[in-house]
Write a protein that binds this ligand. Structure first.
Ligand code: VG1
Ligand code: CO
Length: 545
């Protein structure tokens, strides 16, 4: 096997964000761009000689080309074996499951998750460690530093190989095992949930479910697990054929981009009792009851509160964890269960050390991500099966389950407002302005609301002691309400401002007040302290979730 070294020069800005490096396809298609970043990953690793790498992606445009490039580079880097999903496909949670099951050295996942795909869409790449989870900040920063000084990448001369059939192939000394992308993952989920009971629910004539795969990676996973293994009627999974451009949509399961599903559940003529969806790479989920969208923060709390009903979790939870902007609903559950609740920065990479150390069993984010210690990524279908298992045992509709949860714990009314594609200059000025006013904000009175504390969230990992700063501006009112401001770290164009709003309502008589109405005073406060309209020129958010 002849390894060749191809001279290269650095590209600026190859800095991974919340979840890997994400750029436009047009950026990734530049000669040497992908190669430089992959070489920087391999240069940052040590000890990979002869070891196994897992490789797969969400099937978006450029997935197939990138996979072949990475296989040749993995051969040159000295890996002994690459486990690659058939046709180069692996959902993010399935990749995590495969890394763990086969004790691989690590994995490369090609995905820009919920971002649009296609020739003019987005592409992404990230590295996962041997625990199956996204590499920590220390690693991604080292990769970034390496991209700034790269002078060559290493590859081998070999033609593209056929990834359409399961089996073993070779590229020089490298063994390429083409694996069924669904099998290991489905087996893992089967070990956690009561499939018999869920099958019983799905067979009931009065229960009808729809799963919207949004033309993304989970189509084949949902067909296999929901329809084949659990016996849901054919047609339960819609938009189940993955497309390189996701059919032109945003594969992001929220009320705006999955509006059709939400509308179907709101229409009694559809006969549907339960709806769910997942995103581009299969790690996010949306849960919808009859005319009722479950807020992801509430979903996390309900999942934790009902763990005793689920075989894989009936033994108890070590702890729970949520990202800082996620509502405090799960904190109340943890308090009642007498278990710790950890608050981390946004992004799944921060949960890894808590899960590895056995400090947390279930984790979640307000952005439709929930998961557990079974893998080291959030997991869309896992959340859907968890809900189905709860519904099967409790024989209660999803909306009633949430309402009963509120009655018991109180309701953390919650919403996120996104201002997408704003210019980076004004976005930075808005955040810098807030940061500089933090000392004055604490203790001040804004429109009759008393700000108790205001800070920029910083986190010290309780396991490895690593520190992450500037993770979001928090404004806490004296009644426990919160407004949080952050800039997205996953976009590829301009900046996206996220404003997170939360208010606790104990009185069951007030639980049905519409969310935006209940949060109106906080929305006003956010505008008042951040001057969003004046600085960005936007009158309102693009997406409300
Ligand atoms: C967003 C979400 C965050 C999530 C991340 C990756 O990040 O807010 O909670 O972990 O996407 O999700 P940001 O920086 O844009 O707010 V996914 O489904 O893209 O892997
Ligand atoms: Co995703």
């Amino acid at each position: 096997m002849k390894v060749i070294s191809v001279p290269s020069t650095p590209f600026p800005g190859q800095k991974p964000g919340t979840s890997g490096l994400r750029k436009k396809v047009t950026v990734f298609r530049q000669a040497r761009y992908l190669e430089n970043f992959v070489q920087a990953i391999f240069d940052t690793l040590s000890g990979q000689q002869g070891k196994t790498l897992v490789l797969g992606g969400d099937g978006r445009y450029y997935n197939d080309v990138a996979i072949q490039t990475i296989l040749r580079m993995a051969a040159a880097a000295g890996f002994g074996r690459v486990l690659v999903g058939r046709d180069g496909i692996l959902s993010t949670p399935a990749a995590s499951a495969v890394i763990r099951k086969w004790q691989a050295f690590g994995g490369i996942i090609l995905s820009a998750s919920h971002n649009p795909g296609g020739e003019d869409g987005d592409f992404g790449i990230k590295y996962n460690l041997a625990n199956g989870g996204p590499a920590n900040e220390g690693f991604t920063e080292a990769v970034y530093q390496r991209t700034r000084e790269i002078r060559a990448y290493r590859t081998v001369e070999a033609p593209d190989i056929d990834l359409g059939r399961i089996g073993e192939l070779r590229i020089g000394d490298l063994v390429v095992s083409v694996i069924d992308p669904v099998a290991d993952y489905a087996e893992l989920l089967e070990s956690l949930f009561d499939f018999e009971r869920i099958a019983g629910l799905l067979a009931r004539p009065d229960f009808r479910m729809r799963f919207d795969a949004m033309h993304a990676v989970n189509g084949p996973y949902a067909h296999e697990i929901l329809e084949r293994r659990l016996g849901a009627p054919a047609g339960t999974v819609v938009n189940g054929t993955p497309l390189p451009d996701f059919g032109g949509g945003h594969p992001d399961p929220n009320p705006v981009y999955a509006a059709e599903l939400v509308a179907a559940l709101a229409d009694s003529r559809s006969g549907l009792s339960f709806g769910a969806a997942s995103d581009g790479d299969g790690d996010r989920n949306m849960i919808v009851g009859r005319a009722f969208v479950v807020s992801p923060s509430d979903s996390l709390a309900v999942i934790a509160a009902n763990h005793a009903l689920i075989p894989g979790y009936a033994g108890g939870l070590a702890g729970v964890a949520r990202s800082m902007p996620t509502s405090c609903a799960v904190d109340r559950v943890a308090r009642e269960l007498g278990i710790p609740c950890y608050e981390t920065p946004t992004g799944w990479k921060y949960f890894g050390s808590l899960l590895d150390a056995g400090k947390a069993t279930i984790c979640g984010e307000e952005s439709s991500g929930t998961g557990s210690s079974h893998v080291r990524e959030k997991d869309g279908l896992w959340a859907v099966l968890y809900w189905l298992n709860i519904l099967a045992v409790r024989d209660t509709p999803a909306d009633v389950i949430v309402r009963q949860h509120w009655q018991h714990f109180g309701r953390n009314v919650y919403s996120r407002h996104d201002y997408e594609g704003i210019e980076t200059g004004p976005a930075d000025r808005l955040m810098d302005g807030l940061r500089s006013r933090l000392p004055q904000l604490a203790g001040s009175l804004v429109k009759d609301m008393r700000i108790a504390t205001a800070d920029d969230f910083a986190y010290t990992d309780p396991v490895d002691g690593s520190r992450s700063e500037r993770q979001g501006i928090r404004i806490l009112l004296d009644d426990g309400s919160r407004v949080v401001f952050r800039l997205s770290g996953t976009g590829t164009e301009g900046a996206t401002l996220r404003v997170y709003l939360e208010r606790f309502v104990a009185d069951p008589g007030c639980h049905e007040v519409p969310t935006q109405e209940a949060l109106a005073p906080l929305i006003g406060l956010a505008e008042n302290v951040a001057q969003i309209a004046a600085l960005t020129g936007r009158k309102g958010p693009d997406v409300i979730s």
